[in-house]
Design a protein around this ligand. Structure first.
Ligand SMILES: NC(=O)c1ccc[n+]([C@@H]2O[C@H](COP(=O)([O-])OP(=O)(O)OC[C@H]3O[C@@H](n4cnc5c(N)ncnc54)[C@H](OP(=O)(O)O)[C@@H]3O)[C@@H](O)[C@H]2O)c1
Length: 243
């Protein structure tokens, strides 16, 4: 049966790969912020593989934008089956002794507050869905300790904790899970990781590779399909973090 799936930050990287993997027969709401051309390409790919695409543009760093996003979804569809809170990023690295309030606010707004607010706003739509579930994107940064990315690591740790709280509160109707990617080759790293840093990540990863967006997309698909998993965060990182 066709599913209605909202993916935030679906213009590039993990969101785009997930949109394409889930496209056949499904209705994908492709949210983007600044990468309009890339988002249109994702929409075209979705349509070509037999899905339906609906584009929505918003800067998700404010409550009003989250409200507008979900309102647009509700105006078009009477229900939602899957919400993937993926939009996010590190914004910039900062030394611990220089932490700025503004960067804390920006980082938490983009990654954490948008995840929390959009999840909350989508609950009525999800309750009308088929095996509804929410998938949040956390990060290895909240596991390992991330020097110069401490704000980002903390904001992803909050997403991990939010996932468990929400999973208990919304059970049994709505499942809530998260994926914590390791180092994955996407535009994310273009601004925040030098080629030398990427090489170092590769060296210290037991599998000796940087991950690809499809590795995360496949994990998201698995979480959608397995209806006995809730409150879980799956680490996908080539062994860079082991429990
Ligand atoms: N790549 C990694 O190694 C890695 C590791 C762990 C976790 N993650 C997480 O994975 C998620 C996806 O990242 P990615 O690796 O796929 O990077 P990416 O290619 O840079 O994708 C980031 C997505 O977030 C959207 N976005 C950025 N700023 C936004 C804003 N202000 N408002 C709304 N949307 C905004 C971007 O939209 P536009 O391009 O349209 O502006 C884009 O679609 C993020 O939550 C990231 O923290 C990534």
């Amino acid at each position: 049966m066709s599913k209605i799936i909202l993916i935030t930050g679906a213009s590039t990287g993990l969101g785009a790969a997930t949109a394409k993997l889930l496209a056949p027969q499904n209705k994908i709401i492709v949210h983007y912020y600044s990468s309009e051309e890339a988002a249109e390409k994702v929409a075209k790919d979705i349509e070509e593989s037999g899905g339906e695409a609906f584009l929505i543009q918003e800067d998700l760093t404010s409550e009003e934008a989250c409200i507008r996003l979900v309102r647009e979804v509700a105006n078009r569809y009477s229900k939602l089956d899957i919400l993937i809170n993926n939009a996010g990023g590190l914004i910039r690295r900062q030394a611990a002794q220089e932490l700025e309030w503004k960067l804390m606010l920006e980082t938490f707004s983009l990654n954490t507050f948008s995840t929390m607010k959009i999840s909350s706003l989508c609950i009525p739509l999800l309750k009308k869905g088929e095996d509804p579930n929410i998938i949040n994107i956390s990060s290895i940064a909240m596991r390992n300790g991330a020097p110069s990315a401490t704000i980002y690591g903390a904001c992803k740790g909050a997403i991990d904790s939010f996932t468990r709280g929400l999973a208990k509160e919304l059970a049994p109707e709505i499942r809530v899970n998260a994926v914590a990617p390791g180092v994955i080759d996407t535009p994310f790293h273009e601004k925040v990781s030098t080629p030398e840093k990427m090489e170092k990540f590769k060296e210290i990863t037991p599998i000796k590779r940087i991950g690809e967006a499809i590795h995360i997309a496949k994990t998201i698909k698995y979480l959608i399909e397995n209806d006995f998993i809730t409150g879980e965060t799956i680490d996908v990182n080539g062994g860079l973090f082991m429990r």
